[in-house]
Design a protein around this ligand. Structure first.
Ligand code: ADP
Ligand code: MG
Length: 697
């Protein structure tokens, strides 16, 4: 069934084939429905006229009313410009045009009253507005102003004159046709409960707000709806899985008891114990576990994952642990094999660089069931990796993997899916977790092992390097080890590599008595491994590296983390790097080196790091600063391409939407009740319209 909103955009009055193709390519707008959902990203306030004397150069956009008293052409060649003087009873301002001069010059009439709109700038103590919008003052303006929508467009659209104003005009054309076709998409009960605006009014006012209040109510309504349907989908997925996917039942805890009694290297924290209980409850429930394990850096997720493996092995099955990088996989292998060896449990490491002969015997052991634990990178996903009976799949630092990869690991078993535990490297903000992992149950380790001294974080300018080096020397002299980390970002890879090598050389000069390791992504794996190993064994005192050491590396004797060009790192990355120290009993330090020149955002990041060690707090700040789309690795998931809601700002609304969706599914899991038909129908419509492959380029 082709509905009205599926009509190709080409057929809208004012569009046609050429504009349609531009809208397709540049904005992903293919249908009437796509256009109507291309909401403005901000609004210009045309409700108020400023007086010229009120202007200041911090103002973004202002609307002025006045008479043009003069116009003249100034300069020659590329400097040629048209200047018109606009004056009201309080002062004058220059309006300046560099382009389209001839046309505008003819249009402007001296002595006529105009409305000018633009961004004021201060030059030589005089205000001017470059390329203002100019309209003769009419009764339309007198009736009181309006909020003008601004639509996102691209450079190409601008060049082809498909500007925000034109999009607004198209929305106007579309709404004339669409208005009778817009029907409600939320149940009446929900609308009443949260006093939401009806859909039609909201759509009209999002494009043509009649007042600020109606605009705000429209935003609220549409955001709620968007979040509601996302949460409904996630919760439904969770429900369906719970109903449908049986899980192996593990209720033999003998191996765990043996481990606790004889080999536990330290007492577990209360939080670790609680989380293990939650996971064990899942694993014996008969339903497939899908659980997210969150915990701050250093909170001890690794040992928790090992205990869970013991539960699965106790039930005569195998375990897999997938890490995002080779170094991290090796680190896990090293740490866990110590524990596994004591328990006489077989374990192997499989990565891209595992030798052919070794692979063959790993494959063999997996198939006949003699190999119990397999640790590795995405090499685990290869076709030839076949388990005899996979009981538990653990995915570390999941946000680096795609959702598709996650499910690939599950399907390694054909009869029943293995239980799945996803662990994140750093905490993620609640709103993000609810959206990215909203279909999973969540466990949180909210406590660090006892005896940890909080890491002291210090900000130092590059000019204090001598002082910093002196401090490092004193730490090395007392037997500690030090990391010095340099940024390495793909776009400026060559330059960054040079900085790293320069840094390495100057470190060698500054510490002639120390042994120094260097590790970066351009090195051969075995050279990397060799250098890493030297540092881990304490043969070198300083490790100069790029962010390759970011995740997982664990050297308890390292007490100082120096981060060079700290302003270039994101917050969660800084926090993750800082988490490499503070793992032993000694006081640890994180020193953030920057130049004097810092942007407002960089300053905020550095200040946040200095203020707090709390990963959850840092994650929230990161979300506020960067927005969800830019947070590490989340771009790939697609779930965060929200049309209108903002996970950084709309956390309360998100909670409401999730609660509402949860309640509805609880009472009516299959959405069969009459009052919920509106939801069932909307889900059907959304299913149809979201699969538009031409959009995925
Ligand atoms: P993360 O959660 O960042 O993966 P790890 O599992 O690497 O943290 O643990 C960090 C360090 O803390 C490791 O050296 C680990 O052996 C140690 N550790 C974990 N749990 C405890 C505990 N309960 N008591 C003391 N040390 C612990
Ligand atoms: Mg870890």
């Amino acid at each position: 069934m082709q509905g009205f909103f599926d009509t190709p955009i080409e057929y809208l009055k004012g569009v046609g084939p050429q504009r349609a193709s531009l809208l397709n390519k540049e904005l992903g707008i293919f249908t009437f429905g796509d256009l109507i959902q291309h909401y403005p990203f901000r609004y210009e306030d045309r409700t108020k006229f400023y007086r010229i004397q009120e202007l200041n150069d911090e103002m973004q956009y202002v609307q002025l009313k006045g008479i043009i008293t003069r116009k003249s052409l100034i300069g020659t060649g590329s400097k040629k410009r048209l200047v018109a003087i606009l004056s009201d009873s309080t002062g004058t301002v220059e309006l300046v045009w560099f382009k389209g001069i001839k046309w505008i010059q003819e249009k402007i009439a001296i002595g006529t009253e105009y409305v000018a709109f633009g961004k004021p700038a201060l030059f030589n103590n005089k205000f001017s507005i470059a390329h203002p919008e100019l309209e003769a003052f009419t009764t339309k303006h007198e009736q009181g102003g309006y909020l003008q929508p601004v639509y996102s467009i691209t450079e190409k659209l601008r060049n082809r004159f498909l500007e925000s104003k034109i999009i607004s005009r198209l929305q106007h054309e579309l709404l004339i046709l669409a208005e009778p076709k817009i029907h409600e998409t939320l149940p009446e009960k929900v609308i009443r409960q949260y006093k939401l605006l009806d859909k039609k009014t909201a759509i009209i006012n999002i494009h043509f707000p009649k007042s600020l209040q109606l605009l705000n109510e429209s935003l609220h309504r549409l955001k709620f709806e968007e979040l509601f349907y996302i949460q409904l989908r996630l919760l439904k997925l969770k429900l369906v899985r719970k109903e449908k996917y049986r899980g192996k039942i593990f209720n033999d805890a003998n191996l765990v008891t043996e481990f606790y009694n004889s080999f536990l290297p330290f007492p577990l924290t209360q939080a670790q114990k609680r989380v293990i209980k939650e996971i064990y409850a899942d694993m014996r429930s008969g339903q497939q576990m899908n659980r997210l394990l969150q915990g701050d850096v250093g909170s001890g997720k690794t040992i928790v994952s090992f205990v869970c493996m013991l539960i699965a092995i106790g039930g005569n099955t195998q375990c897999a642990l997938m890490a995002p990088t080779e170094i991290l996989a090796q680190q896990h292998y090293k740490n866990l094999s110590r524990l596994a060896d004591q328990m006489h449990i077989t374990m192997a490491l499989l990565t891209g660089s595992t030798k052919r002969s070794e692979r063959t015997s790993i494959h063999e052991g997996l198939r006949n069931g003699s190999l119990k634990i397999l640790i590795g990178t995405h090499a685990l996903l290869e076709e030839e990796v076949q388990f005899n009976n996979l009981g538990l799949a653990i995915i570390d630092e999941q946000h680096r993997f795609g959702v598709a990869q996650r499910s690939k690991l599950w399907s390694k078993n054909t009869d029943t899916f293995p239980h799945v535990l996803v662990m994140t490297a750093t905490p993620i903000p609640r709103t993000l977790a609810m959206t990215l992992y909203g279909d999973l149950d969540v466990s949180v380790i909210d406590e660090l092992p006892a005896g940890r001294k909080p890491i002291k974080t210090i900000h130092k300018f590059d000019s204090h390097r001598l002082e910093v080096n002196g401090f490092l020397k004193s730490q090395i002299d007392s037997g500690r080890q030090v990391y010095i980390v340099y940024p390495l970002i793909e776009e400026s890879e060559k330059l960054d590599l040079k900085h790293l090598m320069d840094g390495y050389e100057s470190t060698c000069r500054a510490f002639p008595d120390a042994a120094i390791s260097i590790v970066h992504g351009k090195m051969k794996p075995d050279a990397k491994e060799f250098e890493m190993a030297r540092f881990v064994k304490g043969e070198t005192q300083i490790m100069v590296a790029t962010t390759v050491i970011e995740v997982g590396v664990d050297v308890p004797n390292a007490s100082v983390m120096v981060i060079e060009n700290a302003e270039r790192f994101g917050l969660s990355q800084l926090h993750q790097l800082r988490g490499r120290v503070g793992r032993g009993a000694e006081q640890s330090y994180c020193i953030l080196m920057t130049s004097y020149k810092l942007s407002a955002d960089s300053k905020k990041r550095i200040q946040t790091m200095v203020r707090t060690n709390n990963g959850f707090e840092i994650a929230e700040t990161d979300l506020q600063l960067r927005g969800p789309g830019d947070l590490m690795g989340t771009q790939q998931s697609g779930v965060l391409d929200l049309l209108i809601a903002d996970l950084g700002k709309d956390s309360q609304l998100l909670q409401q939407a999730r609660d509402t969706a949860g309640k509805i599914l609880e009472q009516d899991p299959l959405l069969e009740h009459a009052e919920n038909q509106i939801i069932a129908q909307q889900i059907q419509r959304m299913k149809k319209s979201t699969i538009n492959w031409s959009r995925i380029s």
